[in-house]
Design a protein around this ligand. Structure first.
Ligand SMILES: [Zn+2]
Ligand SMILES: [Zn+2]
Length: 343
């Protein structure tokens, strides 16, 4: 046991060091991401885009993809994820904000309700006390060790979305932008790979056409092309995994916790049921906040700001559920439990 404890402590030390490193390296990651995104976009419009046929159609489509890619990245970095002590945010009035289809500027859903208007079973979130910030936090909020704050609907800490040295988590208010950014990154890198292969041969000097009349140096173009292949594959896996979680009504943290709950329930012949899971389609609608109670579908192609369906103090659940089923009192995992092993 003593040995296990020592190994655990050593592991925790390494983890804290990695957190510190992530925090310190954040601005560099961010700088690198901005340089790569802008170089990639410039290379595309300088080398590939002029060779595309039907420019009247392809040019606006390419511009729209680039606009979504860069804007959603900007939002992931600049929209705070949502902190437990901030008051619920109301949607802005400016042109950068999407307008709701039915009732304009309706407040986010909160409290217990089951009405035709929302057609959602909303229940107030239960609260627990965070031992690190000493504050009451609603369910689905978790403490981020890098930011040292509790984040509403905490998903993960993202070192690539750091601005001015301020670390940024992905949580309630920016998770939609994060997923949209990944989706547009996959689209953009895929287009780059499919449409730019002949220019790569040209840059490598293996085609008949040896001239390279573009502003972007050959070597930069080849490096960006290789990076696009790698990113396209890697981000497709990340995006699929993330969307799969969304369809199950789980964040990244909850995905891990729920697997444990399922096993615990199974051992005693019970079944764990995630009360946030309203079915794949409804889960997606709520996550992207579109559909009858949310925003119009054009928000998928025009990168506008919008708030989530809830303020993080109440959650839509399966009808009649107040909490998860198949989970007994005291079995819930807390952030603090990961700190010390059971002796
Ligand atoms: Zn906390
Ligand atoms: Zn964080």
């Amino acid at each position: 046991m003593i040995c296990a404890r020592r190994v655990f402590r050593c592991f925790k030390c390494m983890e804290r060091f990695a957190d510190k490193l992530t925090g310190a390296a954040g601005p560099y990651f961010m700088g690198l991401a901005v340089i790569l995104l802008s170089t990639g976009t410039f290379s595309f419009f300088c080398v590939i885009q002029p060779s595309l046929s039907i420019p009247i159609v392809t040019t606006p489509v390419c511009l729209l993809i680039a606009l979504n890619l860069l804007t959603h990245y900007y939002y992931v970095c600049t929209v705070p994820p949502g902190f437990i002590d901030e008051s619920p945010r109301t949607p802005g009035m400016g042109f950068l904000w999407a307008k709701k289809r039915n009732i304009q500027n309706r407040k986010p859903l909160t409290g217990v309700q089951w009405s035709d208007e929302s057609a959602l079973w909303m229940t107030k979130a239960s609260t627990t006390k965070c031992k690190k910030c000493n504050k009451a936090r609603p369910e689905r909020a978790h403490h981020c060790r890098v930011c040292n704050q509790c984040i509403l609907k905490y998903d993960h800490h993202c070192p690539v979305s750091t601005l001015n040295g301020i670390n940024q988590c992905v949580g309630l208010y920016n998770e939609r932008h994060f997923v949209m950014f990944m989706a547009y990154l996959v689209t953009a890198t895929f287009c780059f790979c499919v449409l730019g292969y002949s220019q790569v041969f040209q840059a490598l000097g293996v085609s008949y056409d040896h001239v390279w009349p573009y502003l972007v140096p050959e070597v930069i173009f080849i490096l960006i092309y290789v990076l696009c292949i790698v990113l396209c594959l890697a981000v497709t896996i990340m995006l699929t995994w993330h969307l799969w979680g969304v369809m199950k009504g789980e964040t990244s943290v909850e995905g891990q916790d729920h697997d444990i709950y399922r096993n615990v329930a199974k051992q005693r012949g019970d079944t764990f049921e995630n009360s946030y899971d309203l079915g794949k389609w409804k889960n997606l609608q709520l996550f992207f906040n579109v559909g009858p109670t949310g925003y119009p579908l054009y928000t998928f192609i025009i990168p506008l700001r919008m708030n989530p369906y809830t303020d993080g103090r109440a959650w839509a659940r399966r009808e009649g559920y107040d909490s998860h089923r198949g989970l007994r009192k005291g079995e819930e995992l807390t952030d603090e439990e990961a700190e010390e092993p059971e002796s």
